[in-house]
Design a protein around this ligand. Structure first.
Ligand SMILES: Cc1cc2nc3c(=O)[nH]c(=O)nc-3n(C[C@H](O)[C@H](O)[C@H](O)COP(=O)(O)OP(=O)(O)OC[C@H]3O[C@@H](n4cnc5c(N)ncnc54)[C@H](O)[C@@H]3O)c2cc1C
Length: 329
């Protein structure tokens, strides 16, 4: 038996590593013909570190000198909410993180087929780890964007909120700062999708960016559609993982953790021929709380009352509510 995996992002690589650890061969089909930068805040939540250790990439991860993130600052107009993270988080570009995970899968024996967007044979288990897939309804859709900046970096993850969206800053490797956000299409269209102009409109953010210089083109992605529930598998032999299973609002900074965890679970379930329905039920149990919390925050963001809601909830709680608890991992 060989497991076919669609997608070579964190979920697909974690799935391959788990399958190969259970001595079942895995073949990854990755649509991109080469490694690339992705639109992502690149914040790696502390809970992900244990999973990276289990996947056998922790030492190499540290070798890539990820930034250490110790504090969170949320900016709502003129007010700021600040707290220390319960444990240190990390910042590493997706270019490096995805490369690291895929190398590990290959080192364990995975076959990686690049430039392919379908899996070859119809037989055997299929892990679908091809990222977001929900169709976007017409209307004021959301788009994501990201770039890297050079200049003084610090140990904070910062989010600047505005009606319907936000822009985050946090350091990654080599003293680079990632600037990544999402915004309603209408707002972006109003400035012709010129993102330098768009970020300069938010006064506190423009101030924060003043000492920094952009060192790569803006990347954009979308439309983005969030999931508020986990759908069942298409067939008993199909195991959706990562964003293909459900896409959580990125302000939680937990998408990579969810991808690594559900990818690892999918690889191990497929290798043991555990029915995919049981695997998805397990994922539902893990993701229920973060999905609920992020749906609530998103509704508050749309109504422009996220600052008032966040003011009521202690920062550390807010952080815990939006992610899978370490005990479940
Ligand atoms: C604006 C934004 C900011 C974010 N910020 C953060 C953050 O700071 N921290 C965090 O933890 N998460 C963040 N996320 C979420 C995080 O990026 C995702 O949750 C994570 O990438 C999911 O990993 P994945 O492997 O499921 O999917 P992906 O990383 O999307 O990987 C899927 C892979 O499949 C490939 N593919 C697609 N279709 C096919 C096909 N048909 N056949 C073969 N291959 C295919 C793609 O090329 C891709 O490489 C953010 C997301 C966005 C949009």
């Amino acid at each position: 038996m060989e497991i076919n995996i669609l997608g070579g992002g964190p979920a697909g690589s974690a799935a391959a590593i788990a399958a190969l650890t259970a001595a079942v061969p895995a073949r990854i089909f990755e649509r991109s013909s080469r490694r690339r930068h992705k639109v992502c805040g690149e914040f790696i939540t502390p809970e992900a570190c244990g999973v990276l250790q289990e996947l056998g990439v922790w030492d190499e991860f540290l070798h890539l000198r990820p930034a250490r993130i110790r504090r969170c600052n949320l900016h709502f107009g003129g007010t700021t909410k600040t707290w220390e993270l319960p444990e240190c988080g990390f910042g590493l570009s997706r270019y490096e993180l995805d490369g690291l995970l895929l190398r590990r899968a290959e080192a364990l024996g995975a076959t990686v087929v690049r430039g392919e967007s379908t899996h070859g044979s119809g037989a055997g288990p299929l892990i679908v780890a091809s990222g977001r897939n929900a169709p976007a309804p017409r209307g004021n859709r959301l788009f994501g964007f990201k770039s890297h900046f050079a200049g003084p970096a610090d140990e904070n993850v910062e989010l600047f909120f505005f009606r319907g969206g936000y822009i985050g800053l946090s350091a990654v490797e080599n003293g680079i700062t990632n600037v990544c956000g999402l915004a309603p299409e209408g707002d972006l269209r109003a400035c012709g999708f010129r993102l330098d102009e768009f970020v300069a409109r938010l006064k506190p953010l423009a101030e924060r960016l003043r000492p920094l210089a952009r060192i790569m083109e803006w990347l954009t992605v979308g439309p983005l559609v969030f999931s508020d529930r986990i759908d069942g598998p298409v067939t008993p032999d199909t195991y959706p993982a990562g964003d293909a299973l459900g896409f959580i609002d990125p302000f939680t900074g937990s998408g990579i953790l969810n991808a690594l965890l559900t990818g690892r679970l999918a690889g191990s379930a497929a290798a043991r021929r555990i029915p995919s329905h049981d695997y998805v039920e397990r994922c539902r149990g893990l993701l229920e709380r973060p999905y609920w919390a992020s749906t609530l925050m998103r509704a508050a963001l749309k109504l422009d009352c996220v600052g008032r809601l966040a003011a009521l909830i202690p920062g550390q709680w807010l952080f815990r509510l939006t992610r899978i608890g370490p005990t479940a991992i």
